[in-house]
Design a protein around this ligand. Structure first.
Ligand code: NAP
Length: 262
């Protein structure tokens, strides 16, 4: 009998989410891909369908409280079961917290945290009943420290990291695996959306991130920081006084923030 389960990928219309969807399709996984950009999702579905077998599209705006409901209603209507949830949708807002519109920042927190928590809860309950499943939450290397001029974004990713690690331990003996993925700078549309220049000494491609993520997931790792330079940076940051790290991050961000600096 064919595998009745699907991998659900949020934010699959571009960047890391699209690369994850392609990497899952190459492994023969059926997909439910979500986002707001129908044209890009249709292109992705046409490209991945031969390998995946079945690729479904759900349009949902995860800024809205009804976003997760739209995804859930589709799954229920179609009778689809999800055994891998990839919470990847997210965006940043670069600039001085006080100078940036609060409405935009609250929308970001709704996508990065509220919708992620809601989808995680809904699927975790069902996966626990079945005693199997996996949830891959996309955090960031920004989750390990405060990042001035991207303060609310970094805080939202700290939430994702800590929620995921807490749930990894809570579910370790239930058959459900939860993993936090922490990419560093990755060549995607993220920077244009966030108002930050994309540069740095080490930049990965979304394909590198996706392949490494799926390898780590297969090994049931609780966390993956992508790329050894990023792992070294995270390790070093933990040894230094927090204020030094934050002051260095401020210098770095001031040069790269193209939006309001206050
Ligand atoms: N690029 C990096 O350097 C980097 C580093 C660390 C972590 N990350 C994280 O990686 C994840 C993917 O980002 P990316 O780098 O691949 O950027 P991206 O290319 O801009 O992709 C972001 C994805 O999120 C979706 N999204 C944004 N707002 C949404 C909304 N309101 N409702 C539903 N979906 C929404 C977008 O889909 P639609 O536009 O179709 O809605 C898009 O598919 C994010 O969580 C980001 O924080 C990125």
């Amino acid at each position: 009998m064919a595998d009745p389960f699907y991998a659900l990928v949020t934010g699959a219309s571009s960047g890391i989410g699209a690369a994850l969807a392609r990497a899952l399709a190459r492994r023969g996984r059926r997909l439910v891909v979500t986002g707001r950009n129908l044209e890009r999702l249709e292109k992705l579905a046409a490209e991945t369908r031969p390998a995946a077998g079945d690729v479904r599209i759900v349009l949902a705006d995860l800024r809205a409280e009804t976003g997760p409901d739209q995804i859930e209603e589709y799954l229920a209507r179609e009778g689809l079961q999800v055994d891998l949830l990839v919470n990847n949708a997210g965006f940043g807002a670069g600039g001085d917290f006080a100078a940036l519109p609060i409405a935009r920042q609250l929308e970001m927190l709704d996508v990065n945290m509220r919708s992620l928590a809601e989808l995680t809860h809904r699927h975790l309950v069902r996966m626990r009943k079945r005693g199997a499943g996996a949830i891959l939450n996309v955090a960031s290397t920004a989750a390990f420290q405060a990042v001035p001029y991207m303060a609310a974004y970094a805080a939202s990713k700290a939430f994702v990291l800590h929620l995921s690690l807490g749930l990894w331990e809570e579910n370790r003996h239930t058959g459900v695996h939860v993993m936090a993925l922490c990419p560093g700078t990755t060549r995607t549309g993220f920077f244009a959306v966030s108002g930050i220049a994309m540069d740095g000494p080490y930049i990965e491609t979304p394909e590198q991130v996706a392949e490494a993520a799926l390898r780590a997931l297969a090994r049931r790792r609780p966390i993956l920081v992508c790329g050894w330079p990023n792992r070294a940076m995270v390790a070093l940051e933990r040894l230094l006084p927090r204020r030094w790290v934050v002051m260095a991050a401020a210098r770095y961000m001031r040069k790269r923030t193209t939006a309001a600096l206050g």
